[in-house]
Ligand binder design. Sequence first.
Ligand code: FES
Length: 110
Amino acid sequence: MTSPTVPAASSPIRLCGIDDVLEGCALKVEHGGTAYAVYNVGGVYFVSDDMCTHGPGSLGEGELYGDIIECNFHGGQFNVRTGEVAGPPCMVPVRTYKVRVDGTDIFIEP
Ligand code: FES
């Protein structure tokens, strides 16, 4: 009898340094062919997919209002803590990631 193959745990991904994302701002970061949006909400960092679920907008290039990111394309909004839709025309939540700050670096768990 053989044991089921367990996939190896993925390593955390370093996206950027804490100084790269100013307080109250968002930043688009690309890693391994995927674009992420990193947010600084009062010194606490959150990460989501960069691409808006409504279309081609970049959330990392949007405007951050508290913990709400406004897409730069049609103005749709998401809560960066949860990924939930906060304003139309978006209807589908955006994927968020578990964030870990280690020293001056921001990592996500893939
Ligand atoms: S592409 Fe983001 S709101 Fe339309």
